[in-house]
Design a protein around this ligand. Structure first.
Ligand SMILES: Cc1cc2nc3c(=O)[nH]c(=O)nc-3n(C[C@H](O)[C@H](O)[C@H](O)COP(=O)(O)O)c2cc1C
Length: 224
């Protein structure tokens, strides 16, 4: 891959929150998975266990987690609470939420509309496929979770390179028990997040905005 093409792929990747219903051809999906498989991992352990869900199974899974949501049933394998984030991290999360809701035309005070928009996570934002990333529990899990992150970004960049798009979703992790049940996955496998993916609907407002990123100086300290 040329340097320019790499730059384009990295810059074109963004979180896609509206998809066309068209399924991804099996050969294209295999190429994406082959690319993602090249991700680095601690001691080459490659601890990712990836479940790709499509078609009727995808519909059944969405129905099951929407029913969980309706009943107020959820339990994460790994904790996630925005209130745990301080300072600039908290602010960036707020800015991201504000930018998204503004893009899709939902006002700050429109609580119900916001909840409806958030619930779109559970129908995979209309994507025909979802990749659910599971992992074995090892020690305090930090290393393995880091490896899953390596896999996930390689997968997302591979999607972009193939004209596809995806959205990583911690929110799917809230329904890990139901997902294991529907897909018959062993309880020892834990799920930090999933990635809905397919062809982006580029005419949808959700896909028209790009969230800003901090300047290099905010993240990087040069020594020597
Ligand atoms: C691990 C992970 C989990 C995420 N979970 C969600 C989610 O549950 N729902 C959602 O709409 N976006 C989710 N996002 C997307 C982020 O909001 C998005 O990556 C961030 O705002 C930066 O935007 P960009 O991906 O377009 O660069 C998640 C991203 C990551 C990396």
């Amino acid at each position: 891959m040329s340097e320019l093409l790499f730059r384009d792929v990295v810059r074109n990747r963004h979180s896609v929150r509206s998809f066309l219903p068209d399924p991804v051809p099996a050969d294209v999906l295999r190429e994406v998975l082959q690319d993602a498989q090249l991700a680095p991992s601690n001691c080459n352990t490659q601890p990712w266990q990836v479940h790709i869900v499509s078609g009727e199974k995808r519909d059944a899974l969405s129905k099951a987690i929407l029913a969980d949501d309706e009943a107020g049933r959820y339990k994460l394998d790994f904790s996630f609470d925005l209130a745990d984030f301080d300072g600039v991290y908290r602010q960036r999360a707020r800015d991201q939420g504000a930018a998204y809701y503004q893009a899709i035309g939902i006002a700050r005070e429109a609580k119900e509309e916001r909840q409806t928009a958030t619930r779109l996570n559970l129908s995979f934002f209309g994507a025909p496929h979802v990749a659910l990333l599971f992992m074995p529990e090892v020690g305090d899990n930090v290393r393995v979770a880091g490896d899953l992150g390596m896999y996930a970004q390689t997968f997302l960049l591979a999607l972009t390179a193939h004209g596809l798009g995806g959205i990583p979703q911690t929110m799917l992790g809230m329904y890990a028990d139901t997902i294991r049940e529907v897909l018959d996955i062993d309880p020892s496998s834990k799920m930090p997040f999933g990635i809905s993916f397919g062809y982006p609907d580029m005419n949808h407002a959700a896909n028209t905005y790009r969230i800003g990123k901090a300047a290099i100086e905010e993240s990087v300290t040069f020594h020597g």
